[in-house]
Structures are given as structure tokens and as C-alpha cells.
Unconditional design. Structure first.
Length: 88
């Protein structure tokens, strides 16, 4: 199992929605086999923005969530879901 696999990290606790979103985004990006800069290019954003989202320090606007989901070929709800999403 990879370090990003929530099953290998059952003690992870998210204190904010931004942290959960960031974790979901990171997992989805890794499953898609993309680097942060590659995802950033696909959605026409700077790589530092993707890094901020993944770190949980910032949350994207709805239009960016939709573009992220399209670029990752997933349902946008998987990125924002509190339980049962990619973060477990």
C-alpha cells in the first residue's frame, strides 16, 4: 500500500474541510499518475496553487473543483465528500 492510501493511515484526522479536500485531491492525482505540475497544466493553474490545495491551506472555488474532477476523470463529489470519499 502506498503512503497516500487511507487504509494504511487509519489514524488520520482532518480538522478542516480544506484538509480533507487536499487529501482527496492528492489521492486522486496520484491514482491518475500525475505530478502536481501536470495537473496544474491540465486546469490552467500554477503548480503552487495545486500544492496549496493539497496541503489543505486553501480550498478551490467550485469552477476549479469541476475542472480538477474533469482532469482527473472522477466525479467532483469525490473531492469534497466528507465520508466514503477518497479519504475514507
Amino acid at each position: 500500500m502506498s503512503k497516500a492510501d487511507p487504509e494504511s493511515n487509519p489514524g488520520i484526522i482532518f480538522t478542516t474541510a480544506a484538509e480533507r479536500f487536499g487529501w482527496n485531491l492528492r489521492i486522486a492525482r496520484q491514482w491518475a499518475g500525475l505530478k502536481q505540475y501536470e495537473l496544474a497544466e491540465r486546469i490552467n493553474r500554477p503548480p503552487c496553487q495545486v500544492a496549496l490545495w493539497e496541503s489543505g491551506r486553501n480550498c478551490p472555488r467550485l469552477d476549479s473543483i469541476v475542472r480538477l474532477a474533469e482532469a482527473l476523470d472522477i466525479d467532483p463529489r469525490e473531492l469534497v465528500r466528507e465520508t466514503g470519499g477518497l479519504a475514507g
